[in-house]
Design a protein around this ligand. Sequence first.
Ligand code: UDX
Ligand code: UDX
Length: 433
Amino acid sequence: MINKLGVIGAGYVGLVSAACFADLGFKVCVVDYDTQKIDALKNAIIPIHEPQLAELVKKSINNNHLTFSESYNDIEDCCAVIMTVGTPSNDDGSANLDYLYSATRELMNVAKDGCVIILKSTVPIGTAKNIMKLVPDTKHFHIVNNPEFLREGNAIYDFQNPDRIVIGMSSDEPKAIISYLYSHFIKQDVPILFTDNTTAETIKYASNSYLAMRIAFINEITTLCETSGANISDTAEGMGMDARIGKHYLHPGPGFGGSCFPKDTKALSYFATSNELDLPIIQNIMHSNLNRIEDLIEKLHSTFSSNQCKNIAVLGLTFKANTDDMRDSPAIPIVKALLKNGYSLKFYDPSHTTQIKEYLDITLQNSIDEALDGADAAVILTEWSEFQLISPQKFEHSLNKKVIYDMRNILNSEVILKQGLKYFALGFSPSTL
Ligand code: UDX
Ligand code: UDX
């Protein structure tokens, strides 16, 4: 039924999707215009940090289920092609669809009649309908939305264990191919929702914006706890015990980042504004998130200056743990503000991300010890488990002013305080620690 599956875009989502479909037994060919990336992938060199991805790619290359190319001609015989090219934000918050349209046009020039073009990239509401207008009169393609719900750092698990599969289409014609593509999951009774294109696009944006809003909400509750003296951990736990709320996405942090939440909340807000809709919750999620980052910058500066800290060890730069992705990481504005305020900084990130230079003119230390060496204080920006494993004795011995600012609440405050350190965390005013 599916002779060969094409995937356009060898990024975080495209590469995971291709490797996982290949692992299910499909013959998959990944096309990307980045020839360096394609050359590396042909040699099973993975350009991103995603747990278990390298092993999966190597396995699928070795059993001839996964190939890479920079030429669309290598997917001209595919009866289904998945689009996972980037849809980054424009300055006004709208999604930049240039890559998507150019890749789709190039595909339509070579794709065989009846090809199912599957939009996995997050695309603004109404995009599928606009792409249908690109289909040449001489050809018949099916445009299907199939939004991804993969968390970076957990992407393979999330692909292999989806809560649901969402399919948007304008007729039942592509249903057989899509059902075949997802037959493994359908057999496992994974819910699959078949709906129209616009609704599938809306489900993706609404889901991501809702999750982003949850994070912005718990971060505002965290600020409230810092004033009221309430315990944010117990507050989040007590909220999460309500089945209607649930315990996930209630962890306080320095604000949400990544290539999706900021981009998608901005795009949904842009859709509301450009349609002259007054949707204050949706249109203020980003405002709340940026407020959070500014508030924490002030708190950091106040804590460091009142404790005479000048040399700071910055632990974690990626937008979350278990990824090397720096896109929209809250660490970027926080580090820029600390540098602007004249602090001397040393950095460590377990991913050793090579994306640093795209955002900050800094260098990474090779180890936690090197970053802590000579520091007055440490700030934890990302919840890498390596940071939880740093002993209180290590912190106490390394930090001249014995100050730790834990922006992920991952350390045990009792143990840290017992070691004689000054521990600052989210949701806790110093007096309650
Ligand atoms: C992308 C979209 O940005 C996101 O909205 C969607 O949810 C999933 O796909 P991501 O995988 O993180 O997310 O994108 P990125 O890591 O930027 O990879 C995109 C890839 O597409 C890059 O390798 C780029 O070289 C490639 N690309 C882009 C093409 O091959 N052709 C193009 O025309 C544009
Ligand atoms: C998200 C969605 O979860 C995923 O379904 C979608 O396909 C892509 O966008 P991702 O951005 O990779 O995935 O990471 P996620 O784990 O959702 O975290 C997003 C941001 O929220 C990170 O900055 C993270 O640190 C933050 N976060 C998450 C919190 O601050 N608190 C939480 O409780 C959860």
